[in-house]
Design a binder for this molecule. Structure first.
Ligand SMILES: [Zn+2]
Length: 107
C-alpha cells in the first residue's frame, strides 16, 4: 500500500488541490480528498497530454463518469441535450397531471 502523496498520481492530485482547491471543477461541489479524481480536459485518447497539469482538473466521480472520454465541448453538447430531454419530460409529466386532474373534474 502506498502512503498518501507517494505515487505520481497522488503528487499530481496534491498540486491540483493547491492550484484549484478541494472541489470539482465541473459541478463546483466541495469534496474530500478521496472523492476527487483527476480528469484530463482533453482526453488522452484524443491527443490530450497525460502529464501536463494544464490539461488536468479535479473532478468528482459522478462528473468524471458522466464526462467519460468526451472532450469538454463534446461533454457540454451532451449535457445540453440531456437537460433538454429532462425539461421535456418535466413538461410532459406536468401536462399529464393537468389533463388527469381535468379529467377527474369533468366526470
Ligand atoms: Zn462534479
Amino acid at each position: 500500500m502506498s502512503k498518501l502523496g507517494g505515487t505520481k498520481n497522488e503528487k499530481k492530485k496534491i498540486r491540483l488541490i493547491e492550484r484549484d482547491g478541494l472541489k470539482c471543477a465541473y459541478c463546483g461541489r466541495r469534496m474530500d480528498y478521496m472523492d476527487l479524481t483527476i480528469d484530463h480536459k482533453k482526453p488522452v485518447g484524443s491527443g490530450g497530454s497525460l502529464t501536463d497539469l494544464s490539461n488536468m482538473v479535479l473532478a468528482c466521480h459522478q462528473c468524471n463518469c458522466r464526462k467519460g472520454v468526451l472532450g469538454l465541448n463534446g461533454w457540454l453538447e451532451y449535457e445540453k441535450a440531456r437537460l433538454l430531454i429532462e425539461k421535456r419530460k418535466v413538461r410532459f409529466t406536468r401536462n399529464l397531471v393537468k389533463n388527469l386532474e381535468k379529467g377527474e373534474n369533468d366526470s
